[in-house]
Design a binder for this molecule. Sequence first.
Ligand SMILES: Nc1ncnc2c1ncn2[C@@H]1O[C@H](COP(=O)(O)OP(=O)(O)OP(=O)(O)O)[C@@H](O)[C@H]1O
Length: 228
Amino acid sequence: MIRFTKVSKQYPRGGPALEEVSFSLRRGEFAFLTGPSGAGKSTILKLVYVAERPSSGEVRVDGKSSVTLSRREIPRLRRRLGVVFQDFRLLEDRTAEQNVAFALEVTGTPQTQIGPKVARALTQVGLASKSTALPHELSGGEQQRVAIARALVNDPLVLLADEPTGNLDERSTRGIFQLLRDINASGTAVLMATHDLTLVRDAGFRTLELNRGRLVFDSAADDPGAQG
Ligand SMILES: Nc1ncnc2c1ncn2[C@@H]1O[C@H](COP(=O)(O)OP(=O)(O)OP(=O)(O)O)[C@@H](O)[C@H]1O
């Protein structure tokens, strides 16, 4: 579903951010991206949601290749991906439900479907009772739940999470991580960049470790089934 083949990335004004990175993520799989600051974790996620293009190699996402993908095809591909960030990135002047609805409005969902889909997504993340709250009226953990609801509302193939617990205390971190596990258990693949090694160790999920742009460890490397 996601396949990186010898992907290198050089930003216009930087050193090599990724060097010959190859791995695959299957439908429904959960994998962590770990490694020190600057190792290339965010760059991998950006290549998946086509905020960046590889300098060489190929990124395949849902059957689409970075080699042949046209600009016109990007919005359609992004609709199949949910993305959440460390800093939530909610619209501050809109309520929780308006933030989630926004993701449906921009993808042209018929008006009659928006209300029920938003309600379902907010229920899924445990925030049905706060649907009319503005972001500043919510805790960090609750804001991240709204962001996750927004990422899920279009039924993505994969949820991409860039340090989703980086701004949260330990209790909220556990709650958000449990939510990501539940989402994964219901069939959505999750690719999560994190510094939180305790989380990684305790969860026992596949781990892709980067260091200075190189993939230095893949816990599934001995499992040929995980490479397809
Ligand atoms: N837009 C950019 N222009 C130039 N260099 C960049 C750009 N974005 C990232 N880099 C560089 O690419 C490398 C990888 O960065 P990336 O953000 O992918 O790392 P990361 O592992 O996500 O780090 P962190 O954990 O700090 O978020 C770093 O050396 C970084 O400075």
